[in-house]
Design a protein around this ligand. Structure first.
Ligand SMILES: Cc1cc2nc3c(=O)[nH]c(=O)nc-3n(C[C@H](O)[C@H](O)[C@H](O)COP(=O)(O)OP(=O)(O)OC[C@H]3O[C@@H](n4cnc5c(N)ncnc54)[C@H](O)[C@@H]3O)c2cc1C
Length: 304
C-alpha cells in the first residue's frame, strides 16, 4: 500500500513526487508513455525561472533525475480507473496492474485538440501532424503550414522555420494569444508568412497524402487553396480525464473543476497541472499545481 500514487509523469506529477517524497511519503509515479510529459517536446524553453534556455527534453530529464534521486518508485502503465474502497484508493491500469494507496494525485495533463475535419485522422503521418519537434524533420526544405494562435503554435512555427523553406502560420483571428517575444521573433523571419483571419476548411489529399489545404477568410468568406507538404495542427488541448470522472468533478470542457490545492470532493483524490481548470497552462503553473496537490495530499494523510 503506497501513501500516494501519482498518475502522470509530466512536470506536475514529477513535482508532486518530489514534494511528497521530501515529506517522507511512499510514492509511485505512474506514466503511460515517457516521463516528461508535453515539455519533452518543446525544442527550447526560455521562460522557466532560474534555468538558462534549455531544450524541454533536457529540462524534463533533470526533473526526473531529481525524482529518482529521492528513491521514488516509478512504473510505466496507463491508469484506466480509480476506485474508492473504504480507506483504500485503488488505481487500475490497462495492463492489468492494481495499485493500492491511501491517496491519488491525478496529473494526467492534456492531449492535442484536432480540427475535426473529416479526413484528419486518416492523414496523421501522411501530412497532418500535431508535433513539429517529432515530425518537422520529415519536411525539411519543404513548405508547411501551422494552424493555431497560442504559444505552442508560435513555437512550432519557429522550429519549422529553421528547417523548412516556407512556413505559413494560419490563425482564425487577426491577433495571436501567444507570447509577444515569440511573435516578434517569428514575424521577423523571411520564410514565415502569416495568414489571418483564416480557417482551415478542407484537407486536400488526392492520392492519400496531404498536398494542400483549403482556407476560408473569416471576414470576407473568400476561399483559397494553399499548397503544402504538411499541416501542423496546434489549436489547443483537451484534458485526459475521461477515465476519472467518477472521482473528479469536471467542467464542460472536461478539466478538473478544483481549486489551487487540487482537492476533489472524493476524499483522498487530488488533481494537478494542465488537466485542472485554470487560465494559464505552462510549466510554471504545472509545477506550482504539483507542489500544491502534494502538500494537500500530505495534509490529508496526516489527518486520517
Ligand atoms: C510543443 C510544446 C511546447 C511548450 N513550450 C513551453 C514553454 O516553452 N514554456 C512553458 O512554460 N510551457 C510550455 N509548454 C507547456 C508545458 O509543457 C505544459 O504546460 C506542461 O507540460 C504541463 O504539465 P502537466 O504535468 O500538467 O501535463 P503533461 O505535460 O501533459 O503531462 C501529463 C503526463 O501524464 C501522462 N498520462 C496521461 N494520462 C495518463 C494515464 N491515464 N495513466 C498514466 N499516465 C498518464 C501523459 O503521458 C503525460 O506524460 C509547451 C507545450 C508543448 C506541447
Amino acid at each position: 500500500m503506497y501513501d500516494i500514487v501519482i498518475i502522470g509523469g509530466g512536470p506536475a506529477g514529477m513535482t508532486a513526487a518530489i514534494y511528497a517524497r521530501r515529506n517522507g511519503r511512499s510514492v509511485l509515479l505512474l506514466e503511460k508513455e515517457g516521463f516528461g510529459g508535453q515539455i519533452a517536446y518543446a525544442p527550447r524553453v526560455e521562460n522557466y525561472p532560474g534555468v538558462a534556455p534549455v531544450s524541454g527534453a533536457e529540462l524534463a530529464e533533470r526533473m526526473m533525475e531529481q525524482v529518482l534521486a529521492l528513491d521514488t518508485e516509478t512504473d510505466i502503465g496507463t491508469a484506466v480507473s480509480v476506485l474508492i474502497e473504504d480507506d483504500r484508493r485503488v488505481v487500475l491500469t490497462e495492463e492489468g496492474e492494481r495499485y493500492e494507496t491511501r491517496a491519488v494525485i491525478i496529473a494526467a495533463g492534456a492531449r492535442h485538440r484536432q480540427l475535426s475535419l473529416p479526413n484528419e485522422t486518416a492523414l496523421v503521418g501522411r501530412g497532418v501532424s500535431y508535433c513539429a519537434v517529432c515530425d518537422g524533420s520529415f519536411y525539411a526544405g519543404g513548405t508547411v503550414a501551422v494552424v493555431g494562435g497560442g504559444d505552442s503554435a508560435l513555437q512550432e512555427a519557429l522550429l519549422l522555420s529553421d528547417i523548412c523553406a516556407q512556413v505559413y502560420l494560419i490563425h482564425r483571428r487577426e491577433t495571436f494569444r501567444g507570447d509577444v517575444t515569440k511573435q516578434l521573433r517569428l514575424f521577423a523571419r523571411d520564410n514565415v508568412t502569416v495568414l489571418t483571419p483564416k480557417r482551415v476548411t478542407e484537407l486536400i489529399a488526392p492520392e492519400g497524402d496531404l498536398t494542400a489545404v483549403r482556407l476560408r477568410d473569416a471576414v470576407t468568406g473568400e476561399e483559397t487553396t494553399l499548397d503544402v507538404d504538411a499541416l501542423f495542427v496546434s489549436v489547443g488541448q483537451v484534458p485526459e480525464l475521461d477515465s476519472f470522472s467518477d472521482v473528479l468533478p469536471l467542467t464542460a470542457a472536461g478539466y478538473a473543476a478544483l481549486g489551487e490545492g487540487g482537492e476533489s470532493p472524493a476524499e483522498g483524490i487530488f488533481a494537478a497541472g494542465d488537466c485542472r481548470d485554470k487560465s494559464v497552462r505552462q510549466l510554471a503553473t504545472a509545477v506550482s499545481d504539483g507542489a500544491c496537490a502534494a502538500i494537500s495530499a500530505c495534509r490529508y494523510l496526516e489527518s486520517t
